[in-house]
Design a protein around this ligand. Structure first.
Ligand SMILES: *Cc1c(COP(=O)(O)O)cnc(C)c1O
Ligand SMILES: [Zn+2]
Length: 409
């Protein structure tokens, strides 16, 4: 593991060797960035890979070859990038791409992090891996653990959508529904990790999640033709770890000299869960907890665990933070659906943020834009049903059908 040099604290800058720490900075609980050595690595080594998954980026990841060929572990990433022309026209945008993470094995972006964490767990000999999750991180960990023949324990809030809980159980994880919110589940998970020695995947805690998530940036680099103007990328934000991971990926590419300009990263939050947006608007780096109320469960977070790096992903790239009401998130589900893309509320939030940015003039017609749909609409059909409208019920006769379809004319 020559390329993996250790860690650097995102708050105080202290550096640690690969075996000196496991989770946060011991001095100030700052989230740790990976320090890696990519010297001698050529872009062609990646571009020529015939592995169309996150593992094509193994030379850029701080882990060894994970194995598990022929399992869902090898099917994470290389998600499609769509170019919906009609949608672009309706927004008056010249270039619009949507990267759809719903095609990951467990149907959300979180597979990227969980696959890398399971690979790491097996490489350090951890028998049980666990996480707190609003649902998707847990489903991803449970799914990857099942694929790799490992054991997972998941702490989720009791209010997690039923589809996500079913997914956890079907993957054979030990599931504990915590009678409290995501913050309570997170705190309990950390205590359990310390008490029982389980390997903890918690977001904004385990530094390997960011490394898995950065693979989305590498894919964008390969899948989206380079534009004259920097790409503006819209990402929904709860803890801030996805946007921090995408930022890290582009920082790696910049350091390698494989890109010339940093994209602008836009974080989108529900106005019912906007802790990082509040800090962005106030122009400060200290984040004050909120009392989250959003229906977008995957981005419902009182105190973001990776808030500082999530905030800097926007402030250091000329992006911004935007908050949108839940009703606009629901409307975005319906609008994306009309173009063949089915997003869960947190996934659609990014698109709602793009609409808001167009309305406020943050984004103009000539800006190339990519929106990340982070999760499948099938994860939360209850939310989709709120804007789906009603299907018609008819008697099984042609006469009844004729009466019914008159409505369409
Ligand atoms: C986890 C998640 C997010 C937010 O990611 P953070 O790292 O918490 O900011 C957004 N969308 C979906 C679907 C998610 O599962
Ligand atoms: Zn520190």
């Amino acid at each position: 593991m020559q390329k993996f040099k250790g860690y650097k604290c995102s708050v105080c800058g202290s550096e640690y060797g690969p075996d000196e720490v496991t989770y946060l900075c011991p001095k100030d609980n700052g989230v740790l960035d990976m320090v890696q050595d990519f010297s001698g690595l050529k872009a062609d080594a990646i571009r020529k890979s015939t592995d169309f998954s996150i593992w094509r980026y193994l030379p850029l990841l701080p882990i060894d070859e994970p194995g598990h060929h022929g399992t869902p572990m090898r099917a994470v990433g290389w998600t499609p990038v769509f170019e919906p022309k009609a949608l672009a026209r309706s927004l008056n945008l010249k270039n619009l791409w949507i990267k759809d993470e719903s095609s990951n094995p467990t149907a959300s972006f979180k597979d990227r992090a969980s696959a890398v964490v399971i690979a790491r767990a097996q490489q350090i000999g951890a028998e049980i891996t666990m996480t707190a999750s609003t649902g998707n991180a847990g489903a991803a960990l449970a799914g990857m653990a099942a694929a790799a023949g490992a054991q997972a324990v998941i702490f989720a809030p009791k209010t997690a959508p039923p589809a996500k809980v079913a997914q956890l159980l079907i993957f054979g994880a030990r599931v504990l529904l915590v009678d409290g919110n995501y913050g309570a589940a997170t705190a309990l998970a950390k205590e359990a990790a310390a008490e029982f020695g389980w390997y903890c995947r918690n977001t904004g805690y385990n530094p390997f999640t960011t490394e898995g998530k950065k693979t989305a940036a590498f894919e964008i680099w390969e899948q989206v033709p380079e534009q004259k103007k920097p790409l503006s990328i819209f990402i929904s934000v709860g803890d801030g770890n996805i946007i921090a991971g995408v930022h890290k990926g582009f920082k790696d590419l910049l350091a390698l000299g494989w890109i010339e300009q940093m994209p602008h990263l836009f974080g989108v939050q529900s106005d019912g869960s906007a802790a990082i947006t509040n800090a962005f608007d106030a122009g400060v780096e200290s984040i004050t907890p909120v009392k989250s109320t959003t229906l977008a469960d995957s981005i419902s977070v009182d105190m973001p665990s990776d808030g500082l790096r999530g905030l800097r992903a926007a402030t250091q790239t000329g992006g911004a933070y935007i908050k949108v009401p839940d009703q606009e998130i629901l409307n975005a589900i319906a609008e994306l659906g009309r173009h063949g893309i089915f997003a869960e509320p947190a996934g659609a939030a990014a698109f709602a943020g793009l609409r808001a940015a167009l309305n406020s003039g943050l984004i103009g017609a000539g800006d190339p834009v990519l929106v990340l749909n982070t999760g499948s609409g099938l994860k939360d059909v209850g939310a989709a049903a709120k804007v789906a409208g009603q299907a018609q019920v008819i008697e099984p006769t042609l006469a009844a059908l004729k009466r019914a379809i008159e409505v369409f004319h």
